[in-house]
Design a protein around this ligand. Structure first.
Ligand SMILES: O=c1ccn([C@H]2C[C@H](O)[C@@H](COP(=O)(O)OP(=O)(O)OP(=O)(O)O)O2)c(=O)[nH]1
Ligand SMILES: [Mg+2]
Length: 146
């Protein structure tokens, strides 16, 4: 896949192990996230994803568990026709400020196939066992005090 590595001296996104689903992507900037703050972290990378694919930006579980750092739009969607800088939106759900240094691995990128839909407007839809039930209609959630 073609990539413009603007972030000089930084590692390209890379799989940490042979079986890794995601490539760890590093920050191109130093930034501190205050508790509750969001930031679009620069990566310095622009890429040409092949048509028919997307890249999903997913959080790293270690950062989430240890520091409350997540990706609020997870999975972030990188379109195949996007040529701008890939940014990783992070949010600090933790109680402490979180310091990110240039070169730190902040998220992971998963390449995934895209299936596109074409709509067929109709007058009615086939009936199903579920019908219009949703949002807990099959049970399993017991309210406290009920
Ligand atoms: O975590 C993300 C999400 C998106 N993008 C870039 C690539 C993506 O192709 C583009 C648009 O993303 P999205 O469709 O999620 O955002 P939008 O709010 O719908 O903006 P747009 O109107 O530009 O589509 O922004 C990122 O760099 N990081
Ligand atoms: Mg969009």
């Amino acid at each position: 896949m073609k990539i413009l590595p603007h972030g000089q001296g930084l590692d390209l996104p890379a799989y940490a192990t042979d079986g890794a689903a995601g490539m760890d992507v590093v920050s191109a900037e130093d930034v501190t996230l205050a508790p509750g703050a969001r930031h679009a972290v620069a990566t310095g990378l622009a890429m040409a994803i092949p048509p028919g694919f997307e890249i999903q930006v997913r959080p790293r579980s270690g950062l989430a568990l240890k520091h409350g750092i997540s990706v609020p739009n997870a999975p972030g969607t990188i379109d195949s026709d996007y040529r701008g800088e890939l940014k990783v939106i992070l949010i600090n759900h933790g109680a402490q400020p979180f310091e990110i240094l240039r070169g730190d691995r902040v998220a992971q990128l998963v390449l995934a196939p895209v299936t596109r839909a074409a709509w067929l407007p109709v007058q009615e839809l086939e009936s199903t066992e579920r019908g219009e039930g949703g949002f807990g209609s099959t049970g399993g959630v017991v309210a406290l005090g009920s």
